[in-house]
Structure formats: C-alpha cells, structure tokens
Design a protein around this ligand. Structure first.
Ligand code: FES
Ligand code: FES
Length: 162
C-alpha cells in the first residue's frame, strides 16, 4: 500500500502474473472484468447471493462481487477463461457439463464450473463431502439443477489439482 486509497498488488490470474495499482475499495470482480478484461466472470445479484461471480482464489471459491481486490494480493486467481487448457482442451468439469447437457445461459454457468472445479480440487476429499450440497452455494435462475447434479456426479475427481 502506497497511500491511504491507492495500493499496488501482485497476483497471478489464470497463470499470468499481474502487477496492478488499484483503489482500496475496488472489488475483485471489477478487477478481473474491467481491469483485466476477463468478462466471463459474471455479475448478477452483486450482493453475494447467487454465485454468478465465483472465481477461485488459491483454489477456494470466492464471490468476487463481495471480495475486495486487495485481498487477492499474492494469490493465484482462476477465472472461467483459465479453466480450459492452453490448447483449448476442455477441463474434465467442462466436459462433464457439456456431455450432460448443462444449459449454457452464460450467467450462472461460469460460476457453476468454477464451483464444481473447487469441489473436485479438494485433496483429500473431506469425509462426508456432498457435491449436491456444495452446488447449493450457486443459483440457477431457470432451475436446471438436475442437469447440474448429473454433471457433477459424472465428473471424476481430479488428481492434478494445483
Ligand atoms: S453476482 Fe456475486 S454473488 Fe451474485
Ligand atoms: S442455466 Fe444459468 S440461470 Fe439457469
């Protein structure tokens, strides 16, 4: 932090290092969408209630509309743009969503993919982990939950979690 209202943070986003000067009240969702132009992260409720803005910060799902950008200083952030491989090969979660016919509404889906990814990145998987309860954190406004559940149950746990 250099002044009371401005600070410089360093973070990686989708594996790319960034050093950015920000205002202390900038939200993480605005950092990724407006400053880094990664607009796959959605803003829907803007109140921390729906999960559309979910990103992973050091592997943990975070509602980016409620998180100050400075809290990601030094962290590794993953947005939906970074989920597929560099050669655009789909991640196992994305493949499961695709194969299960998950709706592609564009609002909830990026957050759902990242929420599911965080679930399968848990190493070791906590005892009693329940993917359906995990899914409850995010809202699908058109109520396509059964399809999401099918996709999550069909996704194999990942062994290459960072
Ligand atoms: S837009 Fe962030 S939780 Fe809904
Ligand atoms: S599929 Fe996105 S809101 Fe239902």
């Amino acid at each position: 932090m250099t002044t009371r209202d401005r600070l410089t943070i360093r973070l990686t986003v989708n594996g790319e290092a960034h050093t950015v000067e920000i205002s202390s009240n900038l939200m993480l969702v605005d950092l990724v969408r407006e400053r880094l132009n990664l607009q796959g992260t959605r803003v829907a409720c803007d109140q921390g209630a729906c999960g559309a803005c979910t990103v992973l910060v050091d592997g943990r799902p975070i509602t980016a509309c409620l998180s100050f950008a400075f809290t990601a200083d030094g962290a590794a952030v993953l947005t939906i743009e970074g989920v597929a491989g560099s050669d655009n090969t789909l991640d196992t979660v994305q493949l499961a969503f695709h194969d299960s016919g998950v709706p592609q509404c564009g609002f909830c889906t990026p957050g759902m993919v990242l929420l599911a990814k965080a679930y399968y990145m848990q190493q070791p998987m906590p005892e009693g982990a329940d993917v359906e309860r995990w899914l409850d954190a995010n809202i699908c406004r058109c109520s396509g939950y059964q399809v999401f559940r099918r996709a999550l149950h069909s996704t194999p746990p990942r062994e290459d979690a960072p």
